[in-house]
Ligand binder design. Structure first.
Ligand code: MP6
Length: 324
């Protein structure tokens, strides 16, 4: 049964003549579908307009046949459970409702008109310190919320950071997230797991899943277990990339990229801002237990004077300027 908030109600008379209100389930016919916004490996995201309210949404469509054939049912359920867990934060793309027809599943979500952060970065090449602080603070605030709800994203990268029409951040793509069974579980370092069996509900996925090469944390490559600190490794890679215009670890093949990561082989371009350099160096630490925590990052010199929490999400985006 699809959860998700029913938005409109209708009157019905029940068996003993009493008038009762019933939620009306939205369906495909309630939307007019527009252009394709993005294509995932198992999904297509369309622009869509609600015919009653004329409100615009993004609708992610997943083909049931394809999901079953590719044995991705677990990923689909993880994504939906994650989206249903992460409901009230401005930095997380919001799931309004879901429905299905005989061929597909439909998720009705926030429309992020600014597209992917990677796309915006490619236009200016790099971001200056002010822009990097603005986007970095929002990504960090969103990671803090995810972790507080027992969610590890595991595949954070500029393609998965979307922007709304105020250029505010919306984190997306939770199919590869790891849901901690006990949300209060503070897995700050990978659980020691000598038998490599994995401990929680997604142990076989934990063992098998690896994120996008350039942003994968060393612990995921060495002992297969991602932890909350893995998202902060990715955060360090993203801060580096916003200022440098390219990720810190990039080689001709995935294998060579992995080698650079586990050997911590990267260097800063000349003129890289010193405070940002110090922050990145303290996030890109091989031992997850020694990596900066979210609290430390918020108090780091690079974010000096940067408001977090509600003020952050009300502030206007700075003009996008390259870091020259
Ligand atoms: C990362 C994702 N790309 C995208 N996912 C979403 C978009 C989105 C929008 C544009 C866009 C808008 N204007 N111009 C471009 C380009 C790519 C998008 C959106 O608006 N709302 C929710 C989305 C995703 C929700 C997520 C829970 C599944 C992939 C490539 C996987 C399809």
């Amino acid at each position: 049964k699809d959860k998700g908030a029913a938005v409109s109600m209708r009157k019905e008379v029940d068996a003993n003549g009493k008038t009762v209100m019933k939620p009306v389930k939205k369906g495909v016919r309630d939307f007019s579908f527009g252009r394709v916004l993005g294509e995932g490996s198992y999904s297509t995201v369309y622009l869509a307009t609600d015919r009653q309210t004329l409100k615009e949404y993004a609708i992610k469509v997943l083909e049931k046949k394809h999901i079953i054939k590719e044995r991705k049912i677990k990923y689909v359920n993880i994504e939906k459970d994650t989206l249903n867990r992460l409901t009230e934060h401005p930095g997380i793309v919001r799931l309004y409702y879901t429905f299905q027809d005989e061929s597909s599943l439909y998720y009705v979500l926030d429309l992020c008109n600014g597209g992917e952060l990677l796309g915006v970065l490619k236009k200016t090449g790099t971001f200056d310190v002010e822009c990097t602080r603005f986007f970095g603070a929002q990504i960090l605030d969103s990671i803090e919320y995810m972790h507080s709800r027992g969610v590890i994203h595991r595949d954070l990268k500029p393609e998965n950071v979307l922007l709304d029409d105020q250029l505010h951040v919306k984190i997306t793509d939770f199919g590869t997230a790891r849901l901690l069974t006990d949300p209060r579980a503070s897995i700050s370092a990978p659980s020691v797991d000598p038998l490599g069996k994995g401990k929680d509900e997604d142990d076989n996925r934990a063992a098998s899943f690896v994120g996008t090469a350039e942003y994968v944390s060393p612990e995921l490559l060495t002992n297969k277990n991602a932890c909350k600190a893995s998202d902060l490794w990715a955060f360090g890679c993203i801060i580096y990339q916003l200022l440098a215009g390219r990720p810190p670890f990039k080689a001709g093949s995935e294998y060579l990229t992995f080698q650079k990561i586990v050997n911590l082989e990267y260097e800063f371009p000349a003129g890289f801002p010193p405070a940002a350099r110090d922050l990145v160096e303290r996030c890109l630490v091989l031992d997850p237990a020694r990596r900066l925590t979210i609290e430390h990052i918020k108090n780091h010199e690079f974010f000096e004077g940067q408001p977090f929490g509600k003020t952050l999400w009300r502030s206007k985006a700075p003009r996008l300027r390259p870091y020259v």
